[in-house]
Design a binder for this molecule. Structure first.
Ligand SMILES: Nc1nc2c(c(=O)[nH]1)N[C@H]1C(S)=C(S)[C@@H](COP(=O)(O)O)O[C@H]1N2
Ligand SMILES: [Mo]
Length: 411
């Protein structure tokens, strides 16, 4: 669809359905009630901004599988069903923690670079802050995202409570390559072990090609220093690769000849296959999309024109296409991709839709620049053993009932 035609249809959605008509007998001044806030002097400046109190119900979906024993282990999912655009506000970024969020004093934190290097080095945060920096917008997705969809029955929860173990931010920091060059990495070094300073000392092995390609030592998130939950004061960012490898509270990079096979890459984050074997490493995240508006647990208030909108992303690079179906996948239409279509970042898709009051099944299907197409649930399931819940990227379907209620269904 041409952009102009899309915008025309989109304005029909807004103008035709949502607005209330002005009474012709009244002037605009009469229509606008004199509200209390127009009559009194507004609030003073705040030193650090907060949302409107009317928006404060928009919060993360928190999951603590070990309950009160380990209240900092589990995940807090981003409420993608309540957000717009393509950037996640820092306060609503998803959090996935194995051992809680450590409180790190940046004046004491050190990053050590050692192993197969000519000159082992130690960097303070002050030293890191002096390097030239780059800024990139990228999504970060836990490979356990959407694992709640790998159940016999479709869970009836908001979209973010199932698919929100993901966020997209602007990250600023230093290419890891720069620090390795300074340390003089040896040719036999093919892997980098990255280790966190949390009490889990979470650690993963990263192939050297990725490190030399686009890996970043991130110090800033959306313009300000990283939030503690995102790895303050420094994290590893591996654009498009599974969240777990993006080690937070980074304290050590060790150049090695082989993978280290840490507990975090052997006891977890392997994909069980139908024949009983497990895939050791699945680094790149798949091509994926989800309709956020309308989505599970919402209700369409009236018949008429709506905008179907959602998020698409791929670990391989750019999203090339998102198709939307309103009949459970029988027919598909191309949605408009809006905003900057950045590689390894959220892309928002939009499609005008008229709901005539009947049953409908909404679905979205993304294709990335490598030509990978988002699989159906049946296609995804056939690739793995039933116990596997990592790397779920199947098409998500929402049913709309004649009462306007939106529910999660398996198509
Ligand atoms: N040190 C450390 N790094 C970590 C983790 C952790 O528990 N400790 N969790 C990992 C997992 S499983 C994911 S999905 C991402 C989540 O990053 P976020 O919390 O900023 O969304 O961080 C990864 N890095
Ligand atoms: Mo994760």
């Amino acid at each position: 669809m041409s952009r102009r035609r899309f915008l025309k249809q989109a304005s029909a959605v807004a103008g035709g359905a949502a607005a209330a008509a002005l009474a012709s007998t009244k002037s605009a001044a009469q229509e606008l009630a004199a509200e209390p806030w127009e009559k009194i002097y507004g609030a003073a400046f705040t030193a650090y901004g907060e949302r409107s109190r009317f928006e404060q119900p928009v919060i993360r979906h928190i999951f603590t599988p070990y309950g009160g024993i380990a209240p900092g282990s589990g995940a807090a999912l981003s409420p993608i069903e309540a957000l717009e655009g393509t950037l996640t506000p820092s306060g609503l970024h998803n959090i996935r923690n194995h051992s809680g969020t450590p409180e790190i004093d940046p004046a004491r934190h050190q990053l050590v670079v050692h192993g197969l290097v000519e000159r082992p080095l130690k960097f303070s945060i002050d030293a890191l802050s002096a390097y030239p920096m780059v800024s990139r917008i990228h999504f970060l997705e836990c490979s356990g995202n959407s694992s709640r969809a790998v159940t016999p029955k479709p869970a009836q929860v908001p979209a973010g409570a199932m698919h929100g173990n993901i966020a997209c931010s602007e990250w600023t920091g230093i290419p890891v390559r720069v620090l390795l060059e300074e340390a003089g990495v040896k040719p036999e070094a093919k892997w980098i072990l990255a280790e966190g300073a949390d009490s889990a000392h979470m650690s993963r092995s990263v192939p050297m090609e990725k490190i030399l390609d686009d890996a970043m030592i991130a110090l800033y998130q959306n313009g300000e220093r990283l939030r503690p939950e995102q790895g303050y004061p420094v994290r590893l960012l591996l654009p498009g690769w599974e969240g777990n490898m993006n080690v937070k509270w980074l304290r050590r990079l060790k150049a090695t000849a082989t993978p280290t096979y840490t507990k975090d890459e052997t006891s977890k984050y392997t994909d069980l296959l139908p024949d009983g074997r497990a895939m050791q490493f699945t680094f790149e995240m798949g091509v994926k999309s989800v309709i956020t508006k309308p989505s599970s647990t919402m209700t369409l208030p009236r018949q008429g024109l709506y905008e179907i909108s959602g998020l698409a992303w791929s670990g391989a690079g750019r999203i090339r296409r998102v198709e939307v179906s309103t009949d459970g996948g029988a027919t598909w239409r191309d949605a408009a991709l809006t905003g900057d279509e950045r590689p390894k970042a959220f892309v928002r898709f939009r499609l005008p839709w008229e709901w005539k009051g009947g049953e409908a099944v909404l679905a979205s299907r993304a294709t990335d620049e490598r030509g990978r197409v988002q699989p159906t649930r049946a296609e995804w399931t056939s690739q793995y053993a039933p116990a596997n819940t990592y790397h779920y990227n199947a098409i998500v379907t929402w049913a709309v009932g004649t009462d306007g209620k939106v529910t999660h269904v398996f198509a």
